[in-house]
Structures are given as C-alpha cells and as structure tokens.
Write a protein of this length. Structure first.
Length: 169
C-alpha cells in the first residue's frame, strides 16, 4: 500500500513539474509593457523623423496574418504596436508584438521575416537605399514578445532593443 501511495505521489509530482505547452515558468511570467517600450524607442533618437503610432488593428493586415504566405493568424496576436515616420518615405519603423503564447510568437516571428522581405521588395522599386535596410533589420524576442526595428545607428538601436526586451526600461 505504501509503495502504491509513493508511486502515485511521485507520478503526480512529475506531472505538475512539467511545463505547460512548451513554455518554461520564466517565459510565462514575463510581462513587458509595450507602451513603455514604444515610448522609449520614440524618444531614443534612432529614427529619423517623427514617429507616430499606426492603428494596432491594422497590424494583422500589415503582417498578412490569416493569409496563405504566413502560418500565423489573428488568434496568435494578443497585442501589437506599430510606429512609422510621419513625414517622407523611410524604412524607419518598429513593430512590437505580444503573441498569445510562445508557439504563437514563433509563428509571428516568421510573419515578421516575411514582412521584411516584402517591404524590401517594395522599396527596391523606388528607394533602393531604403530597401537594403530591410536586409539588416533588428528582431528581438523574449518569451511571447517580439520587437522588429529599423532605424539609424543600427548597433546602438540593437543594444537599446535588447535592453528594452530584457525588461530594463
């Protein structure tokens, strides 16, 4: 009887110690403030021109979610922020995404890569110097959060993005 109880206890302990849906406990606990990150990026000086937020409801269409070219869907997206320059035509922009979970974030990461490829192709036709910037974009991921950015001083912007995604605002 004692053996059975011990076996049942160990089985229950093992079951509850396994991470759910492939996410580690630390990934589940990560909470990033998209608005604070966006504000820090806008104030950074790494984007030429004034940055403005585009309606977050347009992000699924921007990333072609639910389309044939990407695996991600609108259900994968929990929250989003997209900022671009308000005057002139420039590649300067950043996109912040929160996936529904880590698997959704993986699909959203692929969608961001497809987005960059499409933007590069579009810019090649009329602004080839801007198109090249889509080949060297910044993409940071932490848990279910993603940050895509193109701006001035790529190395410094990359360091800032890494810092912001680590939760150090």
């Amino acid at each position: 009887m004692r053996k059975r109880l011990l076996t049942a206890f160990l089985a229950a302990l093992l079951l509850f110690s396994l991470p759910a849906c492939g996410e580690t406990a630390s990934e589940k606990d990560i909470e990033l403030d998209l608005d604070a990150i966006a504000q820090a990026l806008c104030a950074s000086g790494y984007f030429s021109g004034e940055m403005a937020m585009v309606d977050p409801e347009s992000v699924p269409e921007l990333l072609l979610l639910d389309g044939d070219r990407v695996e991600a869907s609108t259900e994968d997206l929990a929250d989003a922020r997209y900022y671009g320059v308000t005057m002139g035509i420039s590649a300067n922009q950043f996109i912040l995404l929160e996936g529904a979970d880590s698997k959704a974030a993986e699909r959203l990461e692929k969608a961001l890569r497809t987005y960059a490829e499409d933007q590069r192709t579009g810019f090649e036709l009329y602004l080839p110097e801007q198109a090249a910037r889509f080949e060297d974009f910044i993409l940071e991921r932490r848990g279910r959060y993603l940050l895509f950015a193109i701006g001035e001083d790529r190395e410094a912007l990359s360091n800032l993005c890494r810092q912001l995604m680590s939760g150090e605002t």
